[in-house]
Ligand binder design. Sequence first.
Ligand code: G3H
Ligand code: 13P
Ligand code: ZN
Length: 312
Amino acid sequence: MALVTTKEMFQKAYAGGYAIGAFNVNNMEIIQGITEAAKEENSPVILQVSAGARKYAKHVYLTKLVEAALLDTDLPIALHLDHGDDFEICKSCIDGGFSSVMIDGSKHTFEDNIALTKKVVEYAHAHGCVVEGELGKLAGVEDDVNVSAADASYTRPEEVEEFVTRTGVDSLAIAIGTSHGAFKFKPGQKPQLRFDILEEVAKRLPNFPIVLHGASSVSQEYVKLIQQYGGQMEDAIGIPEDMLRQAAGMAVCKINIDSDLRLAFTAGIREYIANNPSHFDPRQYLTPSRNNIKALVKHKIVNVLGSSGAAK
Ligand code: G3H
Ligand code: 13P
Ligand code: ZN
């Protein structure tokens, strides 16, 4: 099967009350772990690449690895640029074979965000690619951008219709209280999401796919393993899985997960090396990491996203 856009995936997910997992990738083991899990669950999946991941692994290596995953699994897979921050990087990914891009204009004014997003949409649609835009600002860290909780802002539902109509975007990321990274809530703080904003957005944009960034749940099992095996890591709290499940049953069709993968991968390496200090073959310590990624993604598909069996 060739790469697919998210168009049909999202239509089915919206109607079926589930979401598609969008997992960040930057190496072979992560891609294999995710796609093997999706294959066993017969689930569609989105593999997404940030600017930093693209710089780390190189565009051509990532597209070729994803091509291999398509051959290996025969699943509907979309290849998506995560947090493109200007027209050039979006164009480069569209020209280079991605089926979906995000233009993240959320740091700009409303009007500048519209102008930039519209420019990307025009180019993308002329080349068979779909576009995710963003309104509202999430807290947390992506590459070199660090948005403090004070600078974060919820999406204003009264802006979404104008944004979607004037830009022509295919999906919209909104800010309802999730944030990037592993440290989303302070110890003792009760995790909360603004479902009222999600509901209001859905009312104003009927049948329109909404995207949730910063949606890792931060498995305590992996945090504890990292701490136990020498990692210097503070206690971390993510988004409760039942809240993500609730969002997936509403208008949210794409749920972004990166930090959970990082924790699972790192826990696998730390545990293996601590228990086998004389081993130095990367295949030995990367195997448990790949297995952890696969187990994590299966768990997400079955218990959080609800997308099992949706690959037809
Ligand atoms: O939303 C951000 C993703 O977790 C990507 O992170 O920019 O460090 O690759 P990165
Ligand atoms: P997490 O840091 O919660 O995994 O969010 C990832 C993300 O939103 C990628 O765009
Ligand atoms: Zn994000």
